[in-house]
Design a protein around this ligand. Structure first.
Ligand SMILES: O=C(O)[C@H](O)[C@@H](O)[C@H](O)[C@H](O)COP(=O)(O)O
Length: 241
């Protein structure tokens, strides 16, 4: 099966997570600024990576005190809701990851989609220190993303205004008829593109169809993600087919 440009096939989800961890470490090593900005993906795929990072193998391999963690999207539910990406990340990282609490920048998802989107855009710009993103100075060092079976990424669903937003950095997303059937808040393609690296983590046979559609050149949100550097896809054998 043909795959998106920049695809790398690994044996299984654990191998994908370990490869992602190494790329995360590389991205941190390349950063010349005191503060490193990593944008986390939601969903279930990245749980393996987040669990790895909080384990003993990575305790000293990441500059934890310099990293600020952001979210590519979240469901518009309270942080303790089982559908929340904040809850997923907190549970996956557990208590092993030495993350300063002020370095976790959660999307204010219980403020409602509109207010939450505006507030998070403010958070991003305040961290960045300017009102407009400069391509020469990307906001993120690394953006982690997943791939939905319909070709969405973050909460940018095919054929929706959010996926076509070209100006705002964060937008509210109405309930899209997809699990878990709640409104969301999502970074937009311009925000995701403001990164030195973008890394998709894709595992499982259920992702063969969207990967084939992307490889065939279909214009799906996940395929429209760019970066100031490289966009890479870490796939397990089940997804790669
Ligand atoms: O909040 C979310 O759910 C994610 O942002 C979403 O874009 C996810 O990455 C894909 O839907 C893949 O999800 P899985 O990793 O669960 O397959």
């Amino acid at each position: 099966m043909s795959l998106p440009v920049g695809s790398h096939i690994l044996k299984d989800p654990e191998a994908v997570a370990r490869a992602a961890a190494e790329r995360l470490i590389e991205a941190c090593g390349e950063s010349r600024s005191e503060r490193i900005a990593i944008c986390l993906s939601g969903g279930s795929t990245p749980k393996v990576l987040y669990g790895l990072l909080s384990g003993p193998d990575y305790a000293t391999r990441l500059p934890w005190a310099r990293i600020h963690w952001f979210f590519g999207d979240d469901r518009a539910v309270p942080w303790d809701d089982p559908r929340s990406n904040v809850r997923m990340v907190r549970e996956a990282f557990g208590h092993g990851a030495p993350i300063p609490p002020t370095h976790l920048h959660f999307i204010p998802s219980d403020a409602g989609p509109d207010a939450g989107a505006r507030a998070y855009e403010r958070t991003l710009l305040d961290f960045y220190g300017a009102e407009r993103l400069d391509p020469a100075r990307p906001l993120f060092d690394l953006v982690l993303l997943g791939l939905g079976e319909d070709g969405h990424t973050a909460s940018l669903f095919p054929g929706t205004p959010a996926a076509d937003e070209a100006r705002r950095l964060v937008v509210p997303v109405p309930e899209a008829g997809l699990e878990p059937f709640v409104p969301r808040i999502s970074l937009t393609l311009p925000a995701l593109a403001s990164s030195r690296h973008v890394l998709f983590l894709v595992t499982g046979a259920g992702k063969r169809a969207p990967l084939a559609r992307l490889a065939a050149g279909e214009s799906l949100p996940a395929g429209r993600v760019t970066s100031t550097g490289a966009v890479a896809w870490l796939l397990d054998e089940a997804a790669a087919g």
